[in-house]
Design a protein around this ligand. Structure first.
Ligand code: ADP
Ligand code: NI
Length: 218
């Protein structure tokens, strides 16, 4: 097997071990779905397959939500892992940049992706925050962080800065308005947009049903 294929397999094993027991919606199965979706988007949209595969596997290796708020630690750790495995330094540097561009940073904060590879991995990650799985992940994350499910007295906020977004402790229904419902129009590739539209309507229907039940007897 060629050395880069071996490195991909080793990265897979490392990530699988590290994320096995996660209960925040960032478990190994999330990484695996993002990896599979990124490969699918690559087949339709192109880009460098190897960079896409490795970036998808390592994209949540140190997420700002779990590392004290650093938006660049993930890329740094991915770089260190790859270099320690003997991977090419220039390619590891590209992967570090891709990983540091992926995460959502607030409703009014513009995306910084500057390559097709980063756009594909970001699209794949965002598709996993939509649809039925996206709903499950949002409430898993909210529960893990002691967030209320819903509180009608607290309206959503369109965050203008990453600082404001990451410090928010809002209830999970607000997260739909502050992020999830905004993702579809931020997708980059046409293939992801088609999948995103269907998953977006699943979110809308869910919110509709949720509020109808909430307001059933008033
Ligand atoms: P990103 O880096 O863009 O945030 P992730 O792969 O880390 O992408 O996925 C974020 C997941 O965590 C999503 O499924 C999202 O619904 C959930 N999540 C993040 N912040 C919140 C929040 N404040 N409330 C509920 N769910 C959240
Ligand atoms: Ni992710």
């Amino acid at each position: 097997m060629d050395i880069n294929k071996i490195i991909i397999e080793n990265v897979k094993e490392l990530v699988k071990t590290q994320f096995q027991t996660d209960a925040t919606g960032h478990d190994w199965f999330h990484i695996e779905r993002v990896y599979n979706m990124a490969c699918f988007l690559h087949e339709k949209e192109g880009g460098d397959r190897e960079l896409i595969e490795i970036s998808a596997l390592l994209h949540d290796i140190s997420d700002h939500k779990f590392n004290g708020g650093s938006p660049t630690k993930g890329g740094d750790i991915a770089f260190e892992i790859l270099v320690s495995m003997g991977y090419n330094i220039e390619k590891a540097q590209k992967i570090k940049e891709i990983i540091n561009q992926i995460s959502y940073k607030g409703a009014l904060v513009s995306d910084q992706t500057n390559s097709l590879e980063a756009q594909i991995v970001q699209d794949a990650d965002r598709l996993d925050a939509l649809g039925a799985i996206g709903i499950a992940r949002a409430f898993a994350y909210g529960g893990n962080r002691n967030r209320e499910i819903y509180n009608p007295s607290i309206p959503p906020v369109m965050h203008e800065t990453f600082e404001a977004y990451k410090n928010s402790k809002n209830h999970t229904i607000n997260h739909f308005h502050e992020k999830l419902l905004l993702l579809t129009s931020k997708l980059h590739t046409n293939t992801a947009k088609t999948i995103g539209l269907k998953r977006h309507s699943i979110l809308e229907n869910f919110l509709n049903d949720f509020l109808n039940e909430w307001n059933f007897i008033k």
